[in-house]
Design a protein around this ligand. Structure first.
Ligand code: CA
Length: 423
């Protein structure tokens, strides 16, 4: 039984009107505190529901989970149970938190054990990802990059409208929001030099993306269809897929991104389940030319998710750089997963699939500094009077995202990462 969004439902836990985490959301994460070891939690309002303690106190009986599934550093063992069981777990938590459901609400002793203030918790990397794939599925972003590096007439390469283009990224350097990164060093060849030089990247950039994490897939050799894909997607998070444009520009021919990409990808700590996002499904763009049958899909598979990216200089204020939306994707997640597995490639629990940079059609809607500053030719002015073409040391890049419809807001929280000088 999957959880149906009911706009009227409220929780006995206070949830402010503009909160990302109403009872209809209930995203999963992993947290610890000064006194509690790492464990699985669910966000609601400004609180975290401690699932380990909830299980120990007997509130998760008759579900196919043990306390060990929550007394752990990652969501993986919980996710291994699959879509149906995780959906039922979420439904149980939903019931326990409903305003008129007294079982937990009226037991003050248990409530005090189960609820943790988000302010007092440290959020940890929620998922142990073994394989990370990065797509390139926003048409406006691909078009902008094509204009910058080729010309507007040949901006999209011939394969782009036939294949959800992607490459295999690096899972070891996926980090959680709050963890700073060091400016990467590497080989670059500026147009002004004859031979390559080595040093800190001068063109460090963010990429405004979302990521989805998978349940356990099928055995090697068995594709997942677009119709089946929803059953293999656990949920989504915000994703800053860092790029060193100068390192990338010199190294990428002929095998694609490598050291310009693999030094860090930052993820937000709360995984919003696909179940919580169903209410915000919308139709996707018309896909012309006609796509191959294995990429065709039925129903609304795109999702309306507002996205924004901000730069906060050291000691300064936040500056909104771009506002985009997940609806600008040309290829949806079902098509990405069907394409990824059509050759028989298997996916495992916890695999991460990046959307690719998501840009909207207009200026102010771009998901990278490469586009915002138009390859460094249009500096972006911050409120403190300084300008940015790319990201400077001491800058914090913040991404936020939320869905909103009929008064219901389902949010993702944020992914925030500070850039420290190169080591
Ligand atoms: Ca990317």
């Amino acid at each position: 039984m999957s959880l149906k969004v009911d706009l009227k439902h409220t929780s006995w836990i206070p949830v402010e009107k503009d909160s990302d985490f109403p009872i209809q959301n209930l995203p999963f994460g992993v947290f610890k505190t000064d006194t509690l070891s790492p464990r699985v939690g669910v966000a609601i309002g400004k609180k975290i529901v401690d699932l380990k303690t909830l299980s120990v106190l007997g509130y998760l009986k008759n579900l196919p989970f043990t306390t060990e599934d929550f007394d752990t550093d990652y969501l993986n063992s919980m996710m291994l149970k699959g879509k149906k069981d995780v959906g039922e777990l979420r439904l149980r938590i939903y019931k326990l938190l409903l305003s008129d459901f007294p079982d937990l609400r009226d037991n003050d002793n248990h409530v005090s054990q189960v609820l943790v203030e988000q302010d007092e918790a440290e959020m940890l990397l929620p998922i142990d990802t073994r394989d990370y794939t990065d797509f390139y599925s926003s048409e406006q972003h691909a078009y902008n990059v094509g204009c910058l590096f080729r010309d507007p007439k040949n901006a999209l390469l011939p394969n782009w409208k036939h294949i959800p283009v992607g490459y295999h990224g690096r899972a070891s350097s996926i980090i959680v929001s709050g963890q700073p990164i060091y400016r990467p060093k590497g080989q670059m060849k500026p147009p002004t030099t004859e031979v390559p030089v080595f040093g800190p990247s001068k063109l460090l950039d963010f990429e405004l993306e979302t990521v989805f994490f998978t349940f356990q897939g099928k055995p090697l050799g068995e594709p997942i269809t677009t119709a089946e894909a929803d059953d293999y997607i656990f949920g989504m998070a915000l994703f800053n897929d860092w790029s060193a444009r100068d390192i990338q520009g010199w190294e990428y021919v002929p095998l694609g991104p490598f050291l310009g990409k693999n030094f860090a990808s930052s993820v937000s700590p709360w995984i919003v389940t696909l179940d919580a996002l169903e209410f915000f499904r919308i139709p996707g763009p018309k896909q012309e030319p006609k796509i191959l049958p294995y990429l065709e899909y039925e129903g609304n598979k795109h999702i309306d998710i507002n996205l924004e990216v901000l730069i906060q200089p050291e000691g300064g204020k936040e500056n909104l750089v771009g506002k985009s939306n997940f609806k600008y994707m040309y290829w949806n997640m079902n098509q990405q997963l069907a394409h990824h597995t059509v050759n028989g490639c298997n996916i495992n629990v916890g695999d991460a699939m990046g959307s690719g940079t998501i840009s909207g059609p207009n200026e102010g809607q771009y998901g990278s500094m490469l586009e915002t500053s138009w390859k460094g030719t249009k500096p972006f002015k911050l409120s403190d009077g300084t300008t940015r073409t790319f990201i400077q040391d001491g800058d914090t890049v913040i991404m936020r995202g939320y869905c909103e419809k009929d008064g219901l807001r389902i949010g993702f929280g944020e992914v925030s990462t500070k850039v420290l000088p190169a080591k």
